[in-house]
Design a protein around this ligand. Structure first.
Ligand code: SAM
Ligand code: SF4
Length: 529
C-alpha cells in the first residue's frame, strides 16, 4: 500500500514555491455589476458570476459561532427533473473523504434526474472533485482540465465543474478564471448541498458560476448518497483544527464540526438494514469527535461503544490523530465484536524534532508508548500509518529516527509521501536545504523497510484461519476471489462468485508482500462472529 506516485512531478521536479502572481493579475477583468448576491465580472470575453470566493485568511479563522444542524429537503421539486434524460461523470481525486463527497454529489444529481455514464461523449455534466494535499494532485487536475477543454469545444453545452479541496484555494480559483474560462461551475467543500442551484444557474445564465464558501457553515443532514457495493463510508465529523504546519486541510475543510451521535447511529443502522457489511467512520481526526458539543459529553470512544450494538459485521474508522487517541477508546476497541482490529495511526516522522516542526503535538516516545498500549490491548491489531519524508531541513539522523521507528513498530503498510510545499501553510516558508535526490533516496529506503515489515507480518499468518469479507474478483485473475481480513489484509482464494458480499473463513497457505493466499474453510459464516 506504499502510495507515492513515482511519476509525480513532486519527485521529478524538486520545485519549491511557485510564482502565483500571474493568476492574480485581473487588470483585464471588467466588473459588470456588484450587489448582495455577488459580483459579475468579465474576463477574456467570459462572464463570471462570483457568488462567493475563497479567502485563505478567513479559512484559517476559527469562530465561536454555533454550528446548526439542518434537516430538510435539499433538492426542491422544481429542480427534480432538470437532469432527465441527461448524464453525468465525476472524476474523484484524493482521500476517502473526497470519495464520500462524490457519493453525495452523485446522490444530488440523481435526485435531479441525471444518470451516471462512463462515456465522456454522452456526458452532459462532468465534475472534477479535487484534492489539494500535494502539488502532484493539483497538477493532475489541471492536466485533466486541458483534455476536457477539447471536449467542451466539440460539445459547448457540456457543463464542466471543479469542486472539492482545490476549489477552496484562492490561487486555484484565480488560475481557472484566468486560464480555464471554459469551466462552468466552481464550488467548494462546504456547500455541496447547493449543487442543484448552481447547476440551474450555470445552465440558464451560461455564465461561469463561482460559489466557494470560506467559512464552513452548518451541518446539513439528509443529503442523498449514491453508495455502491457492500462497504460504506459515514462522515462522523467535518474539518480539522490541528493545523499541522505542512497541511492544507484545515484551510480547505474548515473547523471541526461533529455530527450528532443520533444522526450517525441512525445512518449506520440504516446501512445495516440495507445489507451493507462494513462501515468506515470518517473524519480528519476522528479522535476529536464530540469535543465541540456544548450540550452533551460524548466522545469517539462512546460512539464506538454504541457502534458495537448495531448489527453490522464490521466497523472501521479513519483517521486517528495520536495526540487525541485516549485510553477509553483503546478499551472500547479491545471489546472487539464488530469493531475490527485495525488502527491507522499516522506518525509522519520518527524524529521528535521534526514532529515539533510539524506541530504534531506528540513526541516519538509518546507515539511508541501509544502504539505499544494498542498492541497489548488488541492482540492481532494491524497497524498502518502515513509518513512524510524530506520535511524542510530533515537531517540524515532525523530520517534514521523514522527508519528505526518503522522497524520497531512493524507496520502492516504505510502511505509514504515526499513533502510537498502548500501555499499558505507555515512549512511552505521554512528553509529547505534537502536536495530532491536525497528525498527520493530516503523514500526508497523507507518503502523497502515498509515492504519488509509487511512481508514479515504476513509470514506470521501462515497456517492461520482468518475471517474474510469477500469483495469481488481479484483485479488480475477473475478465477480468484479477493477480500479483506478484519485487520485489513488483502486475501486471495479460489471460491464461488456467490460468496461475494459474504464473510468466509480462509486458511492461509502462502504469503506475498502485499497480500496473502489461502483456501476456504467455512463458507458464509454468521455475522458478528
Ligand atoms: N488527518 C490525517 C492525519 O492527521 O494523519 C490525514 C490527512 S491527509 C489527507 C493524509 C496524509 O497526507 C497525511 O497524513 C500526510 O502524511 C500527507 N500530507 C499532508 N500534507 C502533506 C504535504 N504537504 N506533503 C506531503 N504529504 C502530506
Ligand atoms: Fe492535516 Fe494534521 Fe489535520 Fe491531519 S491532523 S488533516 S495532517 S492538519
Amino acid at each position: 500500500m506504499t502510495k507515492d506516485n513515482p511519476n509525480s512531478p513532486d519527485l521529478k521536479s524538486g520545485k519549491g514555491s511557485k510564482d502565483y502572481s500571474k493568476y492574480f493579475d485581473f487588470s483585464d477583468a471588467k466588473v459588470l455589476s456588484e450587489d448582495e448576491f455577488g459580483k459579475r465580472i468579465r474576463i477574456k470575453g467570459r462572464e463570471i458570476n462570483i457568488m462567493s470566493e475563497p479567502n485563505h485568511r478567513q479559512e484559517k479563522q476559527r469562530g465561536k459561532e454555533d454550528v446548526q444542524v439542518l434537516y430538510g429537503n435539499v433538492v426542491p421539486d422544481e429542480l427534480r427533473s432538470i437532469g432527465e434524460g441527461k448524464h453525468y461523470i465525476i472524476y474523484t481525486f484524493g482521500c476517502q473523504m473526497n470519495e464520500h463527497d462524490t457519493e453525495t454529489i452523485k446522490g444530488l444529481l440523481e435526485q435531479m434526474g441525471y444518470r451516471g455514464t462512463e462515456d465522456r461523449k454522452v456526458a452532459d455534466i462532468i465534475l472534477l472533485n479535487t484534492c489539494a494535499i500535494r502539488e502532484n494532485a493539483e497538477d493532475r487536475v489541471f492536466g485533466e482540465l486541458g483534455h476536457l477543454m477539447h471536449l467542451k469545444t466539440e460539445k459547448p453545452d457540456l457543463l464542466l465543474g471543479v469542486c472539492g479541496c482545490m476549489a477552496q484555494e484562492e490561487n486555484v480559483v484565480n488560475r481557472i478564471l484566468q486560464k480555464h474560462g471554459f469551466v462552468d461551475i466552481i464550488f467548494g467543500t462546504h456547500n455541496i448541498h447547493r449543487l442543484p442551484f448552481l447547476v440551474k444557474e450555470a445552465l440558464f445564465s451560461k455564465e461561469l458560476v463561482v460559489d466557494v464558501w470560506s467559512k464552513e457553515g452548518d451541518i446539513i443532514e439528509n443529503l442523498p448518497k449514491k453508495r455502491e457495493g457492500m462497504k460504506a463510508w459515514v462522515n462522523i465529523m467535518y474539518g480539522c483544527d490541528k493545523f499541522c504546519t505542512y497541511c492544507i486541510v484545515p484551510f480547505t475543510r474548515g473547523k471541526e464540526r461533529s455530527r450528532r451521535p443520533e444522526d450517525v447511529i441512525a445512518e449506520v443502522r440504516d446501512l445495516a438494514r440495507q445489507g451493507f457489511k462494513e462501515v468506515t467512520l470518517l473524519g480528519q481526526n476522528v479522535n476529536a469527535y464530540g469535543k465541540d458539543f456544548t450540550d452533551i459529553t460524548y466522545s469517539f470512544g462512546d460512539l464506538m461503544d454504541d457502534m458495537r450494538l448495531i448489527d453490522i459485521p464490521r466497523v472501521r474508522f479513519t483517521t486517528s490523530h495520536p495526540r487525541d487517541f485516549d485510553d477509553q477508546l483503546i478499551s472500547v476497541l479491545a471489546k472487539g465484536g464488530n469493531l475490527v482490529e485495525h488502527v491507522h495511526l499516522p506518525v509522519q516522522s520518527g524524529s521528535t524534532e521534526v514532529l515539533k516542526k510539524m506541530s504534531r503535538k506528540y513526541s516519538r516516545d509518546r507515539y511508541l508508548e501509544l502504539a505499544h498500549k494498542i498492541k497489548v490491548a488488541i492482540p492481532n491489531v494491524g497497524l498502518t500509518t502515513d509518513i512524510i519524508v524530506g520535511f524542510p531541513g530533515e537531517t540524515d539522523e532525523q530520517f534514521e529516527d523514522t527508519m528505526t521507528l518503522v522497524n520497531e513498530i512493524g507496520y502492516d503498510s504505510a502511505f509514504t509521501f515526499i513533502y510537498s510545499p502548500r501555499e499558505g501553510t507555515p512549512a511552505a516558508i521554512m528553509e529547505d536545504n534537502v536536495p530532491m535526490e536525497v528525498k527520493k533516496e530516503r523514500l526508497q529506503r523507507l518503502n523497502k523497510a515498509i515492504e519488509d515489515n509487511s512481508r514479515m507480518n504476513n509470514e506470521k499468518m501462515q497456517g492461520k484461519i482468518v475471517e474474510v469479507l469477500v469483495e469481488g474478483e481479484s483485479k488480475n485473475n477473475e478465477a480468484v476471489l479477493a477480500g479483506r481480513t478484519r485487520s485489513n489484509r488483502l486475501v486471495h482464494f479460489v471460491g464461488s462468485k456467490d460468496l461475494i458480499g459474504t464473510l468466509v473463513n480462509v486458511e492461509i497457505s502462502e504469503v506475498k508482500t502485499w497480500y496473502i493466499k489461502g483456501e476456504i474453510v467455512t463458507e458464509s459464516i454468521a455475522v458478528n462472529s
